[in-house]
Ligand binder design. Sequence first.
Ligand SMILES: [Zn+2]
Length: 507
Amino acid sequence: MKKIFQGFKIKISFDALIFKLKSIIECMKKITLFLFCEFMVLLFGATLNAQNASPTLQRCMAATPTAEWDAMFNQLVEITKQQHLDERSKSTNYVIPVIFHVIYGTQAIGQYPNLSQAQINSQIQVLNDDYAGTGYNTNKYVNVNGHLPFYDYAVAYSLPSPDNAGVVIANTGISFILATKDQSGTLLAEPGIDRISYSSFGWADPASFTNLSNFKNYMDATVKPSTIWDPTLFFNVWVSDCNSQVSILGYSTFPNGTSLSGLSGGGSGSAQATTDGCWIYAKACGNTGSLDPTYNKGRTLTHESGHYFGLRHVWGDGTCATDYCNDIPKAQQANYVKISGGSSSTLAAYPYNAGTCPTGTYNNSTDGEMFMNFMDYSDDAAMWMFTHDQVTRMVTALNQSPDRSNLTNSAATMTTGVDRVSFDNSINVFPNPVKNNQINITVNLPYSTNLSISLQNIVGQEVYSNAAVSVAHQTLSCNLPALPNGIYMLVLTGSNHEKIVKKIVVE
Ligand SMILES: [Zn+2]
């Protein structure tokens, strides 16, 4: 297995380098093109802003999955559809506990790259907004001729509802919460943050590596295996500085699904357990702090986490190749699109690149390419959506991948692994979304327990708490303070340390 993996790693690096060269050439072509495009009528009210395209950061170097992985995962997607798990996702809470391993040298907290809690909090907020379909610039996805974008496409390919009248921005039903405890159940000093000083470990500065292959090898062979938290319980995210000659924004592993060997992107065996998760560049983390001006909306982790849940790039990593999502038109290649400013050379317009993949089903002749999808390579401000077929793939990973399916359960305990089956199944919270600042908790337990109730915002701050003694069969009514709209976590703990976390929406 090791041999296959080693061989694979060499392939990744080579592909990534070739890809980088291609994108530089493409970028140069687009600078020329741009001069002729200034008079284009632009949708989205984008302002014309002639700006030299500087060498851009490469958005992503997640390994392109093998045909073997594709076949395996697509099989699981079919099972998901047959079992209607994707439809159930509308009412299911998928709460993902996240731990950020912040890699730094000797800097004080808050000094780059030892990112502040505020910057990490901003990244969690971006993830939650983007996965809810309400993130930055979603208001630019507007009707054209009385229809949603991709209307003709939706009609031509008979897309099912809700996409039959144009492709809508999906609410994935997935939300993210900063881990509040470490692997042994100890309360974290800073929610969701594990600070790792490379100098105290005697490791090299991540920014000292000047080529991609060596950088990735350092991350995957040294940093990740020494710092990873149980990847079946936590979504691991590593954040570090990176040399300008490496200039990548992030990469991710793909979900495992079988015991097949040689699966790409951290598929099998020990490689999976020691490297699973995402790495992102510290200057592309969140939307506050010291950030690259083009990648300052926190979309790097939105994109990489898409891979983490099984999504492919919208162009299928080939010329007009498939990403297995029928509600996304084929794309010829990666798009580098901006809304205004930024370092990309092409301004957003709709339809964009229509006719670049003119043949076969799901072609883009009428409505062009979906540059605004998180799984393209556009600037942060020019990407803002997942689609429903992408949600089906994510739900597949969350239900059927052995290393993703327990994440939501672990949000309940964070770590302890206590058997909470009867506890989980015996507690119901309503109404959700909350109405009139009141929630009711119905308990129907086969035993009696003391219940502690804590409502926390997504960065782990408690906004309400209460307790009830000897609860078995009853409904508890809680009068909440007036709360800002958003997602909250209701943490219910029993006297035997049983714990359950329910996602609560205030709107
Ligand atoms: Zn990617």
